[in-house]
Design a protein around this ligand. Sequence first.
Ligand code: ADP
Length: 493
Amino acid sequence: MSRFNVLYLTSELYPMAKVGGLADVAGALPKVLKDLDHDIRVFIPKYRVIRDRKYNLREVIRLRDIEVPLGGETITISVKSGFVPDSKVQAYFLEYKPYFDRDDIYVDPATGKGFEDDAFRFALFSKAALEMLKVLYWQPDLVHVNDWPSAMLPYYLKTEYRDDPFFEKTRTLLTIHNLAYQGVFPPAVVTQVLSPDVKFDKSHPAWHHGDFNFLRAGIVTADLITSVSPTYAEQILTPDHGAGLDDVLSEKRDKVFGVLNGIDTDVWNPETDGELAANYSSEDLSGKQACREKLIREMKLDPPENLLVGVVARLVTQKGYDLFVQAAERLLALPVNFVILGAGEPEVEKAIRELAKQHPGRIVARIAFDNALAHRIEAGADAFLMPSRYEPCGLNQMYSLRYGTPPIVHGTGGLADTVSEFDPASGTGNGFRFDEFSVDELVAAVDRAVRVSADQQQWKRLMLNGMKQDFSWTASATKLVEVYEHARQMVEA
Ligand code: ADP
């Protein structure tokens, strides 16, 4: 297998700056690629939460005061250097205080929405990456960008930097973690992010119904595209799941690949997890009982003999918790309790809060972002619920499988690729799956879980089926490198 030099752009990185699954992926995948001997380096904005001291970031004289041309202006940025924590993966941090030294990553605390100047912030991120590479004099084979915040980089490379011999052999790969987030801005941002001579009309890659769409620009101009599970990579080519971009994606269908996300098996390991009351493994499950008892006490769940179903999620429409709210009365007719950790859209938060108030002890909710509690729920719950409307990959179902907490899922996207229905007769399958997004089907799936749980031997079999699966990045990273090989072939062709 040949070796690749890769610059990996991400707007989130666990444990430094996490909002959702992208952070977990960015914190894990580069480490695995590095272990496979690729020279992969990460580039991320230096947000306020990424403290120099805590993460040992250093100034590099060469990377100070780099001039970045953007929208007819020149912005002077600096880049600091460090490592992805607990790894040998070099990371570069874009320092530009007016745009990144803020209390949040994406959400303006004043409005609860994205920052007004997001187009500019993230266009600068892409442009700064290219200018940094030139100063470093490091010519990657590939620039691997993720989601809309770095999707302008392939565009810049194909336009403003097209004749720059420095990038002659550099190809781009865009990974779509969630097609619903596209970075859509009013056309007025054109003057901030494009050079003054560029015309913004229907023929422009970012044009989408008159708006300026970062992700569209990336899709049209990237050499290769991946998404985070095989099923989702097919779904996004269809009008149902294409979020308005299925046409441009379909035009490039031979360049679109599905590579299932892996999980960080060091961070999510019940044998070593420091957040748990007790550790356990597939050989000795006794610690899981201690985790369960502690969670029940901590969250005041009652009655304790009920099947305890955990939820950890961003509480947004995508995740399908409105279906759970609709189904709640019927679900509570079954011997189940729910423990919910999540934060997100105010309406979904409110509905969950109200349910918890109406059913104390049966539905207990913590509306917050709490990493340690997420681990305790994965370990302490009996089963895990993910009724996502759509799910590009989903990580929590893989964490729960590893923690012996069988997932109950809507069979879409990555959930369909990782969860199979348990068959009591043959003892195969790792969870419970409903393929139609409806209250009836959700209730039926939870009911099947309750029935299987009544038989301890069956339930143990189910738990072990999941715990013995390998969801580490090792297999997926190899698939990804095969995609990288396509990029190399493009250069050679
Ligand atoms: P998404 O990226 O759509 O949010 P994923 O399942 O891919 O969904 O990843 C979500 C990640 O964020 C998981 O690591 C999950 O544990 C974590 N997470 C989500 N909400 C919370 C929360 N309220 N507290 C702690 N961790 C959370």
